[in-house]
Write a protein that binds this ligand. Sequence first.
Ligand SMILES: Nc1nc2c(ncn2[C@@H]2O[C@H](COP(=O)(O)OP(=O)(O)OP(=O)(O)O)[C@@H](O)[C@H]2O)c(=O)[nH]1
Ligand SMILES: [Mg+2]
Length: 477
Amino acid sequence: MSESYDYLFKFLVIGSAGTGKSCLLHQFIESKFKEDSSHTIGVEFGSKVVPVSGKQVKLQIWDTAGQERFKSVTRSYYRGAAGALLVYDVTRRDSFNALANWLADARSLASPNIVVLLVGNKSDLESQREVTFLEASRFAQENELMFLETSAKSGQNVVEAFSKCAKAIVTKIESGELDPDRIGSDSEAKGHALIAEARLNFEHQTMADSEAKGHALIAEARAKLQKPSGLLSFFFGGSSKVEDAVECYQRAGNMFKMAKKWNEAGKAFCEAASLHAKADSKHDAATNYAIEIYTDMGRFTMAARHHQSIAEIYETEAPDLEAATSHYEKAADYFRGEESNSSANKCILKVAQHAAQLADYEKAISIYEQVAATSLESSLLKYSAKEYFFRAGLCHLCVDMLNAQLALDRYIQQYPAFQDAREYKLLKVLMEHMEEQNVDGFTEAVKDYDSVSRFDQWYTTILLRIKKSVQDNPDLC
Ligand SMILES: Nc1nc2c(ncn2[C@@H]2O[C@H](COP(=O)(O)OP(=O)(O)OP(=O)(O)O)[C@@H](O)[C@H]2O)c(=O)[nH]1
Ligand SMILES: [Mg+2]
């Protein structure tokens, strides 16, 4: 079990949350990308023997949590570390800006002589890069750090990063600059390592148990749902089997959560949530729970998708536009947090659509205008701006003509080609008819347009409201 080695170095992997520290460690030890990495709780541990300048060096690596709330825990592991990988994410400037603080911590808590290698991770995401190689190498030079860009995903430079850092330590030892007895090969570190290894084994065992229980509960939930209801249950509360199934799904969710099977946990909680919604009972607890887990684990995309599917349930199976809107809004926020802009837009457009239907025109207008403006920034999406301006224009007409006119002028300034669009022309014609209180002309214009491109239910509702406002309230114009 015990491999032979010449040196044992304690290593730290530090840096902001989500920069890929755990993935780097996993890639280094397992030579694989960790697909489903979630935020590290406290610290994790790994070790590997690497050949360095003809010597066998055992690296005992402490992967620390980047989240602020674990700072006090992770700092207690810094002592005695010989080397550190200081990680930032090349696609996130904030993680680069935080480097100075991490470095100061490492030097003051581990040792002023700690050998630090700066790692710009996620180099595979070139198109999303926010930090250039040049400015990072400048930072490294100014702070006497070595520097590499890596990809924990492709594996590029990962082994090199650890080896390069280890090599620099060996060189320092051999030149007499470092005393090997005074760096992270002390018995305290060995003690830490043994405890961590024991803890990991224990966790693996209990996690496997929890996962098995989770699967059993899912099977139980399914069996409960398939049981025929019968006439009696109709009288004595037919929904009880649904409630039992919901409970099973929730318990399964908890088991999966303990097993760190986040995907399964989320699915189980969502099953529970959608059953609740269908049974039209109070389901907030379950949905929020599912979403909380994902948010907590930093998996915003997951949280977003779940908000989105709950919103869809509220749109179709258990109609409640306000609830749907609020879930779409949250989904959009989370998608935006992950920079999934097209998904965020899809959700926020739903919010606008429902807001208009609920007569909150101001909100709808502001969303449509915003989405139109962002679409104009991209040559691919530019074309869709006219639809959003059209929708915003119609919402304006539900409120008043003057602002509608001013808005149209603004839209043309932003997007001159809008003037030639059928949508713009229709808005203009409608406004003319409104001014003349010509309800028949209004109807004709709508009909003409509709014969070419059919209006869906949303447009029909809004157009009818505008028409009604002309009939009911001629002074409006
Ligand atoms: N494209 C790409 N994604 C990566 C890379 N490394 C990590 N990721 C992704 O980045 C996210 C965060 O990775 P983690 O390794 O868990 O981040 P961490 O730094 O350990 O986060 P904390 O534990 O909170 O400190 C995950 O979704 C990974 O899939 C990489 O090199 N390329
Ligand atoms: Mg981690």
